[in-house]
Design a protein around this ligand. Structure first.
Ligand SMILES: [Zn+2]
Length: 86
């Protein structure tokens, strides 16, 4: 007789892409509030298995995080209103 393990019978929770469900076509690097949802406390990008983001949006998200990091570490020009957008 097979022993039944409760952990094996549990169905995995289906995760849906945040960007697809909210009809966001392009991940904007200036939208810091949304990007922060997919970053760990160490600033690393959450894997798809954990966040549930689809592969096209995961690639856009990775690019947006890199663009944001460049913006944050670069000196701000005097006439820039980048920080006023978000
Ligand atoms: Zn998606």
């Amino acid at each position: 007789m097979k022993t039944m393990n409760k952990a094996n019978n549990a169905k995995p929770i289906k995760k849906y892409c945040y960007f697809c469900t909210n009809a966001i076509k392009e991940v904007d690097y200036k939208n810091i509030q949304i990007i922060q949802k997919f970053l760990s406390s160490y600033g690393k990008i959450a894997p798809r298995q954990r966040s549930g983001v689809c592969s096209p949006h995961q690639r856009q998200l990775a690019q947006a995080v890199k663009e944001l990091a460049i913006c944050l570490y670069s000196p701000i020009p005097q006439n820039s209103n980048l920080l006023l957008i978000s």
